[in-house]
Structure formats: C-alpha cells, structure tokens
Design a protein around this ligand. Structure first.
Ligand code: TYM
Length: 334
C-alpha cells in the first residue's frame, strides 16, 4: 500500500449526481482503486459557494456517500470522507490564499460562468473555490487527480500554487497531475449537446441523474436532441449529440465506440436512442438497488465517514503542520 502513488478526487454534493459525474469521475474512482492509494472526498464546503437549502445539502452529502459505496468504491481500500469533517482543508486554504492573486481566480472559466448564472450571489467563496480545491489536493501529497475536462483549469492552478509555495518556502507539496478519461471527459447535455451536462441545469431533461429510475432514463434518452442527417458516426465536432450518445453507450455497455458504430450502422436514431437509454438504465439499476440498501444503514454510513475522516485527518494534519512551520507560525511546546 505504502509504495503506491496517492490519488485524490472529490464530488460536490449539490443536486443529484448525473451520469456525467459518473462517466467523468466516479466510474474511474472505482477502476483506479487498486492502482493507487485513493482518497475520495465529498466536497460539501465547495457547495456553500452557491445558495443551498441546508436540509437538502445535508441529505445530499449522506446520499453521495451511499452512491460512492454502491458504485463499488471500497472503504477498506480507500479513504472516503466528507471535506468539512477535516478542518485542515479550510486552514490550508487560508495560507494558500496569501500566495494567490485575484487576477488568476477571476480568469477561471467556472467562476465566470457561475458569476453569470448566480448574479445575485457572487461571493468571495465562489471566487476562492479553486484555492479550496487546491488545498484538498495538496494536503495529501497527491500525485494524480482523476476529473472531468471542466476541472482542468483548477488542476493547473493547483500545480501553479504548489510550485509557487515550494519555490518560496522550500520543497513541501507534491505537484499533481490531472487524469482525464479518454472518452467521456465531457458528457454533454441531452437537450443541448453543445453544453456540458450539469446537475444544476434547470431543464431536467438535459441530464440523467444517477438517482433516476428506468422509465425516466429511457424517456430522457428518447427526447435527446441529435441532428437531422440520420447517420450514426463518431464525430464530436460536427455531430455532438450522436457522438455524446455513442460515448455514453460505450461506457455503460462496455462496447468500444468503434464497435458501437458498427452495431448501429444503418439503424435509425429512434432505435439508437432507445438502445442507449436501455444500456444506461441497465447499468444504473444494480447501483440503485445497492444504494437504496446502503442508505437504510445509517450506522454503517456514519462509521465509514468517521473512519475516513480520522484517516484523512492524520495525513492532512501532518501536511498542514509542515506548512505552518515553513511559513513561520509559532508553535508553543512545553
Ligand atoms: P463536480 O461535483 O462538479 O463534479 C464531480 C466530477 O464530475 C466531473 N463532471 C463531468 N465529467 C464529464 N462530463 C460531465 N458533464 C461532467 N460534469 C461533472 C467533474 O469534472 C468532476 O471530476 N470542484 C470539483 C469537486 C472537487 C474536487 C476537489 C475534484 C472539490 N475538490 C479536489 C478533484 C480534486 C467539482 O465541482 O466537481
């Protein structure tokens, strides 16, 4: 265990997780758990950057842990914890804030997008979001961070901050690399395939939630926006809708994109969309069954969270102490 590299990633418990979160992130969390020392967090502090209903946030946090487990993340192999249970994340954020420039945060695409969509609540947390994310990653000597394409810029900033700190105060942080799935790093909206699929989309037909039932999933895929030339080929530039559906199909059925293109050659879009919906529903069903079982076992879920937080704290606190020492914070000792 010790000689493996460390991997860190997280998902925000905001809204219900989508198949975009699954394909871009959670599915890889499961695949990578033997290769790395994996640490998976639920980024609840990040959620506070947009308005949340407190009860829903609490529920979503608990349910996301159940989803992680139902998807096959093994708490015996990985550290699984809730971000706010380990205070070091907020503490390191403060220190990293002092080496971060407003200009580099103002340039972040996600900040610009969210400032537009939440004009009534452009708060400091929204701007500082990537620094908290950098703290998440850097506390654990993380070598790799599996994420979807939308997080690429945040990983770049994390690398910049790690290097900047190391240059100023001496070797402290590991400089992490982002890893992105070859296909599915950006699953697109079903109602507008030029837009990323997002759990915060106002149109519920734009995304498939990991909590949707079979009928809902199939109905959403039947409605998926495509194009009018009736050819099933993989060409993300010119045929975004069809290529998105092929990617989703490939991940959920286990068939390669090339084989999927052959399988659907000459078929109509109606047939194709139904088959994609069925493959996704079939993939999600066993996860849902398991998730609903796990959710009932509050004692078990709490024990996973507590054990995870303790293990995470041990590592994070060691890094934080090192940082405090490097920057010159006085430690009183008897
Ligand atoms: P979040 O909660 O928005 O998304 C969780 C993960 O899902 C990926 N993702 C997608 N991948 C493919 N297609 C999509 N349509 C799609 N939508 C989302 C995201 O890229 C992400 O990997 N800031 C992060 C959470 C976070 C984090 C971290 C991640 C907090 N701290 C430290 C890595 C390391 C976020 O908002 O993810």
């Amino acid at each position: 265990m010790e000689d493996k590299k460390t991997l860190f990633s997280a998902v925000q418990p905001s809204g219900t997780p989508t198949i975009g979160n699954y394909v871009g992130a959670i599915n890889n969390f499961v695949k990578l758990q033997d290769e790395y020392n994996c640490i998976y967090s639920i980024a609840d502090l990040h959620c506070l950057t947009v308005k949340q209903d407190p009860q829903s946030l609490k529920k979503a946090t608990y349910e996301l842990m159940a989803l992680y487990l139902a998807c096959g993340i093994d708490p015996e192999k990985c550290i699984m914890f809730v971000q706010s249970h380990v205070p070091c994340h907020a503490e390191l954020t403060w220190v990293l804030n002092t080496i971060t420039y407003p200009g580099e945060l103002g340039r972040m695409t996600q900040f610009k997008d969210k400032s537009r969509t939440h004009q009534d609540n452009v708060n400091m947390g929204l701007m500082d979001y990537p620094v908290l994310m950098a703290s998440d990653i850097l506390l654990y000597n993380t070598a790799v961070v599996p994420v979807g394409a939308d997080q690429k810029q945040h990983i770049e900033l994390t690398r910049d901050l790690a290097l900047r700190f190391n240059n100023r105060f001496g070797e402290t942080f590991t400089v992490p690399d982002g890893i992105f799935p070859k296909y599915g790093a950006k699953i697109m909206s079903l109602s507008d395939p030029t837009k990323k699929m997002s759990k915060s989309d106002e149109n519920i037909n734009a995304y498939v939630s990991m909590y949707d039932d079979t009928d809902t999933i199939i109905r959403k895929f039947k409605k998926a926006v495509t194009d009018s030339d009736n050819k099933i080929v993989f060409d993300p530039e010119n045929k975004a809708g069809i290529s998105n559906l092929l990617t989703i199909y490939s991940v959920f059925s286990g068939v390669s994109i090339e084989d999927a293109v052959k399988e659907f050659e000459g078929k109509g879009y109606g047939d194709f969309k139904l088959k994609v919906g069925e493959a996704v529903a079939e993939g999600i069903k066993p996860i849902t069954n398991k998730r609903l079982e796990i959710i009932k076992d509050k004692a078990y879920l709490n024990s996973v969270m507590i054990k995870g937080a303790e293990n995470a704290y041990r590592i994070a606190n060691r890094t934080l102490r090192k940082v405090y020492k490097k920057v010159g914070l006085y430690k009183a000792e008897l």
